[in-house]
Ligand binder design. Structure first.
Ligand code: URA
Length: 217
């Protein structure tokens, strides 16, 4: 795992674990079909979450094993919220909630304004107590960063104070855009690719994540 940050910006953690790299390579492979792609995206999201949640607080609780009573660590501190950026972020949030089943789940939908080309939130349903929760916002592809920046803005306007961005693939442009707009938001990703092509796709990337997850074109 490698973590880096420029002065005044949040951290980027690349979780370059062999299992993650292997699963990511399978996801990149054009021959990988919908079923396998979906499964891999879910598994990889759980592995990323494992690392992203490393700094969750624990506190001792008194429990009885079949042998004796003792204090054992249990999750404590702020409760969690997972927020999926529609639609590709759903698969990540759905997988992560299996690790933290008590987390609340929010959704943000964005469209691109044809005049300004800027993303605009058309749908936002978030936990009411989001200001008291640690928020993990999910979007598999951090490309230009436009959607992530807008979604994080929506979260902040709703009161969110502690936000981590979870992505499967990122590019330097997207990371820079998120850092410029939201220097307090850490990013957790499986890999940083070279850049974007003329159509805004990540290179070498894995194609359109939403289409590959849902089998649409
Ligand atoms: N969104 C995707 O799904 N894929 C990319 O390569 C870029 C943005």
């Amino acid at each position: 795992m490698t973590s880096s940050s420029l002065p005044g910006t949040a951290k980027v953690t690349v979780v370059d674990h062999p299992l993650i790299l292997h699963k990511l390579s399978l996801m990149r492979d054009v021959r990988t079909g919908v079923k396998e792609f979906r499964e891999l995206a879910g598994e990889l999201s759980m592995l990323l979450a494992y690392e992203a949640m490393r700094d969750l607080e624990t506190a001792p609780e008194r429990l009885s094993t079949p042998i004796q009573d003792d204090d054992f660590p249990m999750l404590s501190g702020k409760k969690l919220a997972l927020v999926a950026i529609l639609r590709a972020g759903l698969i990540m949030a759905d997988a992560m909630v299996r690790l933290v089943p008590a987390a609340k789940v929010g959704h943000i939908g964005l469209y691109r304004d044809p005049a300004t080309l800027k993303p605009v939130a058309y749908y936002s349903k978030l936990p009411q107590d989001i200001s008291e929760r640690r928020v993990f916002v999910t979007d598999p592809m951090l490309a230009t960063g436009g959607s992530a920046v807008a979604a994080i803005q929506t979260l902040k306007e709703a009161g969110a104070q502690s936000i981590k961005l979870m992505t499967i693939l990122s590019v330097p442009e997207g990371i820079a855009a998120v850092h410029a707009a939201h220097p307090d938001v850490d990013i957790v990703t499986a890999a940083i690719d070279t850049g974007l092509n003329d159509h805004g796709y990540i290179v070498p990337g894995l194609g359109d994540a939403g289409d590959r997850i849902y089998g649409t074109k």
